[in-house]
Design a binder for this molecule. Structure first.
Ligand SMILES: [Zn+2]
Length: 313
């Protein structure tokens, strides 16, 4: 196994590269984190500028950094590179990049008000910046909006070699983060009865309807019912862009989950099987419920409603 000092594929800075598994190279970059890249893709990258624009390489560096920070392994192949690019903000989506930055500060804060250290030469990938100058611009931008406060790192602090600035989120920053979670989220929580008779309604109706609009459908399965279930449901709803609530069979939890989502300001799309509508709780009767007859009919109408109310992901 050989270890080499070379140049990172994405940020063009020195990095450590060694041989990885399955004909790939393992890269460790101070800015982009840890990622693997297949030999096939490495070959394309030999002429970096011709294979991907500088902006797109920077975007991939940001993706690699996010995976590293989330402790998820990441392998770039010729097949996955385009999909990974789609996860990254584009060059001039400045607000999206700054949301990434404030999310990183929040993730690394040990408590509200904590000052988190960054090095302006090395950490610009967290906000998908092109270079140090753009990162500084992002910090100033967030400061201007009063989302963050910064302080210079004292040269007497032991961490000052790694960091040259520390940043804390302000109350406005935390609020902005709450909002932005949902703007960016592709997750859609479904509240429904777990009765076996409704399995095909989920599999062939709700799931494909949500997916066809570019969102990721999820529900808590009956099997997962354990002690922490309420926490899990609340966490899932907190992360969702909107909620689909099926009133069929009138499980009490559906009303609770939909009510919780509405309290957060999330859109709720109500659905109910025709023969069950008469039993629904009076509070929801004035909502614009999709009253469905069969699974095909539900799938079609739900996807139309999502496109109308939410739009495509
Ligand atoms: Zn790099």
């Amino acid at each position: 196994m050989s270890t080499d000092v070379s140049i990172c594929f994405f940020c063009d800075k020195p990095c450590v590269m060694r041989e990885g598994d399955n004909d790939s190279a393992l890269v460790e970059c101070r800015s982009c984190g840890r990622y693997s890249i297949t030999k096939e893709l490495e070959f394309h990258f030999d002429d970096r500028a011709a294979y991907l624009t500088r902006q797109n390489r920077r975007r991939l560096g940001g993706v690699a950094r996010e995976y590293t920070d989330a402790r998820q392994p990441l392998v770039f192949t010729t097949d996955t590179t385009m999909d990974l690019l789609l996860q990254a903000p584009i060059a001039f989506d400045v607000p999206a990049k700054i949301r990434k930055l404030i999310r990183d500060i929040a993730r690394r804060s040990l408590f509200a008000g904590d000052y988190v250290g960054y090095h302006r030469d090395k950490d610009w990938t967290v906000g998908y910046a092109d270079n140090r100058e753009e990162f500084i611009y992002q910090i100033e931008y967030a400061q201007e909006l009063k989302w963050i406060e910064t302080s210079a790192v004292s040269c007497y602090e032991p961490s000052s070699e790694q960091n040259d600035i520390t940043i804390a989120l302000t109350p406005l920053g935390w609020e902005e983060l709450e909002k932005s979670h949902r703007v960016d989220s592709k997750r859609v929580f479904t509240a429904m009865s777990f009765d076996k008779s409704l399995d095909t309604v989920w599999k062939d109706g709700i799931y494909p309807a949500i997916e066809s609009c570019g969102f990721t459908p999820m529900r808590i399965d009956e099997e997962e019912f354990t002690e922490g279930i309420v926490d899990k449901i609340i966490a899932e709803i907190n992360e969702s862009r909107f909620v689909v609530a099926d009133l069929t069979l009138h499980r009490n939890g559906v009303y609770f989950e939909a009510g919780y989502a509405k309290g957060l300001g999330l859109p709720v799309i109500w659905i109910c099987r025709e023969d069950e509508l008469k039993n629904s709780h009076f509070d929801v009767k004035h909502f614009n419920i999709i009253v469905w007859q069969d699974v095909d009919n539900l799938r079609e109408r739900l996807s139309t409603r999502i496109r109308a109310v939410i739009g495509k992901a």
